[in-house]
Write a protein that binds this ligand. Structure first.
Ligand code: GLN
Length: 207
C-alpha cells in the first residue's frame, strides 16, 4: 500500500487525505519535523495561503528536508498554494520557497472579480475534468524539464517536471478522482520482494 505524506500546516489538506484514501492509499499528516521522518512514497502540498505555509515550513525546520527529498526524487503533488511553494520564480516575490520546479508563477492571477470560478477542461494524461479555481495562481511559463499538462484561456494551469506535479486548481474539491489517480501512477512500484517474516521456531520443552 502506498503511504502519502500530506502537509497539514494550513489549508485544504483533509480533502486530499480523503481522496487518496478512497483510491486505496494510506496517508499521514505532517505537522512537525518528526512527522517528516516517517517512511513515505509521496507528498501532497495542499492549497491555502502560500505565505503562511512558507512561514510555517521555515519556522518548523521543514523547508530544507522537504526540498532535499523532492530533489532526490520524492513524488510531490502541489495544488494552488502548493504550486506556488514549488515554483522557482514567483512574480514580484524574489525570496526562496521550496523552489524545486522550473515554472514561473503569478499569484492571485485572476484578479479580484474572477478570483474563484469553475470550469471543465482537458488535462494531458488525465482526460476532461472539472477544475475549481480559488484565488488561484497561474503558470506564466515553464522551462527546463517542466512541461505543460493543461491550459485554460491561454493560461497554464497544470504542469509536470518528472516527479513533480502541480495544478493551479483544486481537484480535491471535485468528485472526479482522476488527477489524484494520475499522481499515484507517478509513484514507483512497490518492491514485490518484501522479506518474509521469519517463522517462529517451535520449541519442544524437554521434560
Ligand atoms: N491565493 C493563495 C496564495 O497565493 C492560493 C490560493 C489557494 O491555494 N486556493 O497563496
Amino acid at each position: 500500500m502506498k503511504r502519502i505524506a500530506v502537509m497539514a500546516l494550513q489549508g485544504a489538506f483533509i480533502e486530499h487525505e480523503r481522496r487518496l484514501q478512497a483510491l486505496g492509499a494510506e496517508t499521514f499528516e505532517v505537522r512537525q519535523l518528526a512527522d517528516w521522518n516517517q517512511p513515505k512514497d509521496g507528498l501532497v502540498l495542499p492549497g491555502g495561503e502560500s505565505t503562511t505555509q512558507l512561514k510555517l515550513l521555515t519556522d518548523l525546520g521543514l523547508l530544507e528536508p522537504v526540498r532535499r527529498d523532492i530533489l532526490a526524487g520524492l513524488p510531490v503533488f502541489g495544488t494552488c498554494a502548493g504550486l506556488i511553494l514549488l515554483a522557482k520564480e514567483v512574480e514580484g516575490e524574489p525570496y526562496p520557497r521550496l523552489s524545486t520546479m522550473d515554472i514561473r508563477v503569478r499569484r492571485n492571477a485572476y484578479g479580484r472579480q474572477l478570483g474563484s470560478f469553475a470550469t471543465e477542461h482537458e488535462m494531458e494524461g488525465v482526460g476532461r475534468i472539472p477544475m475549481t479555481f480559488i484565488r488561484a495562481p497561474y503558470i506564466e511559463s515553464v522551462s527546463g524539464e517542466a512541461r505543460v499538462l493543461a491550459e485554460v484561456d491561454g493560461h497554464i494551469v497544470a504542469a509536470q517536471q518528472g516527479n513533480q506535479l502541480v495544478t493551479a486548481f483544486h481537484p480535491e474539491l471535485n468528485d472526479d478522482p482522476a488527477v489524484h489517480r494520475y499522481f499515484l501512477s507517478l509513484l514507483p512500484p512497490s518492491n514485490p520482494s518484501t522479506p518474509s517474516t521469519p517463522s517462529t521456531p517451535s520449541f519442544s520443552p524437554s521434560l
